[in-house]
Ligand binder design. Sequence first.
Ligand code: DGJ
Length: 762
Amino acid sequence: MISKRGDYFFISTKSTTYVIKILDTGHVSHFSYGVRIDPSEKGLEFIHEGFDVNIGCGTYYDESHPMMFMDNLAMEYGTVGKGDAREPALEVRYGGGLFVLDPVFCSYRIFKGKNEDFLPCALSDEENVESLELVLKDKLLDIFIHLFYSAYEEEDVILRSARIENMMDDALVLENVSSMMLDLPDSDWELLSFDGAWARERYITRRALSPGVTVIDSKLGCSSSEHNSLIYLVRKETSAESGEAIAMNLIYSGNHSERIEVSPFSKIRVLTGINPFNFSWTLEKGGSFSTPEAILTYSASGWNDAALNFHSFIKKYIIRGKWKDRLRPVLINNWEATYFNFTEKKLLSLASKAKELGIELFVLDDGWFGRRTSDRAGLGDWVCNRSRLPDGLEGLGRKLHSMDLLFGLWVEPEMVSENSELFEKHPDWRISIPGRTPSVGRHQYILDLSRKEVVDYLYSALCEVFSLGEVDYVKWDMNRTMSDYFSLNKDVSAMGGFFHKYILGLYDLLSRITKRFPDILFESCSAGGNRYDLGMLCFMPQTWTSDNTDIHHRISIQEGTLMGYPQSTMGAHVSASPGHQSLRKSGIESRFNVACWGAFGYELDLTKLCDEDLEAIRNQIGFYKKYRNVLQNGKFRKISSRDDNLVFWSSTLNKTTIVLEYQILNRPNTGFQDKLRLPFLDRSKCYRISNRRQIIRKEDLGDIFSSYGKSVSEEYSAVVSGRLLCDYGIFLGPQFAGNGVFETTRILGDFGSRLYIIEEMD
Ligand code: DGJ
């Protein structure tokens, strides 16, 4: 709900309110953001904690406003040159190099639904969404800034974006245009960011903020696994379940930048948007530039609730198309089972074993096309290699469909190998600077998607492939980052627009392809999770989270990912032991217990497994299908544990909660183990708790199998009141698991885990 009262604008959602104040000078200042307030509440002016004075050598606005120090004012969209020396939201050049702007309030509009200036953008819904457009104009020049705020009532999310309009006769060059700026009155916040690298995506970094600017960004041409565009501000005492949290993210897949500045006066400014690095965009008279959208949420009750706001927002307003609300199929992917070394016969034997176990989708990964028998050749030639697949993609598709399996196919359209027909025909289509030898990544080059002819070629090549194979699912990969930024595209003004134009070309291709194939389930991938962002999710309902499927690393990777993105978007597979990325050995049941929290599948050679593992997999798939909706669409919560050795996760849908208990290392005869507390359950109800039965291989327990085997593989159940579960918590140790003595020594083993099913009773 959005309203105006005097000089104040109130943007409210179910539990939050964002307030903007227009100052008597016309400047648009930020007033407050936090729990919901009533615009008619008495004494509202006193909640503004900002003390705007900067005595000493500070610059004040003008002689009529000697107390208005721009450097210490909370603003909605900071510019340069009137005394505010903090990081600006907007930087421009005009009239031969001037950059000073002084924008003030000009007009406003409140309307149902939202604008759709930049694509991709969040969906709208007239019932649930209301928007505010504030128009600002520079005091001297015909430069207009439109600030958009859309309130998603139910999800407690505010969407922000900006549009810059040049109505001067001269050209205006944009050098930095943020999607959102947020000025907070104190710096008593810590920053959570989601950082890493290949195989270590979105590990949570928590740090205190200190004076100066902290930058989280990507300059790699994609949103990147190094720093995700998701960030949180949390209080020192904030945990998953309590304390204040402000979270934000960007709907964009290219270079992004999140700048967090602690000012000399201990205030915080946060900016998020397209990275100003190597960016410039020229607007001729009448031209405008719209930023990608940013999303913002606030929780007074810990970061679980902020993440849940984002989860429900993403499921409703980012994911679209046929698969939006559909349960995702259980898949088998041949990559780690065969790598490049496969024949059709091998694929079909894998498929038939998969079918026998209950798997629904077979995914053929890299290596089926052109000269691609290793990663040194073939990218760009999207034609089936018939020496591997004698009946072509159409033949393989037919065979899989006749086995009642869906057919999934891997592609990496944005790339070209030097050893390919495409490169021989169009060497100038790769990104490279004339006269320089381009740098290489995985022996391959990136195609210049800022050029329409390249996008058109890819569109027709992919249409052919997807139709021929009657493909049901596509894994869209992208395995290197950008170098040698250069384009023959005349529109890429002075190369400063190159990165952004590439992303616009990619979005154009994706929107055409997804419109042409509305039934295909697309999964985005980028050497694992190098492009896990809301822009890609607007086209592809799920993302391959990481190439690293090691059980222990996945705990961190998935926990970080779920802080911003819902389980249904998160590809998670059980692969072989020892794991190919970590060489760690772990049991197949424990690998399942961790992988089943997302869009789930297997990625190992099923034809080589022993009978006990196959039996375990059959049960796992049965369990997953039974609780798929809870695991993919339930409310995910990290449950804090005071014992660093234990991890608890939960997911709740209607009357069912699934809980993961994961132990890092085995600690025999240990004293303290934390209890499981589920404070979100209903205190007035009773719950039946049972554990998922696991099949333990004899060889994993050795000579003591006969005594241990039974206790780890049996099912137990108990009834516990909601009040005890909420307020006291319960031990999952001996009392719960029957054969006390063995459970007491935590025979779950290193990296051992269990799943519990908690059903509300009538
Ligand atoms: C990187 C992906 O993340 C893997 O899953 C696999 O598809 C390979 N590329 C294939 O080259």
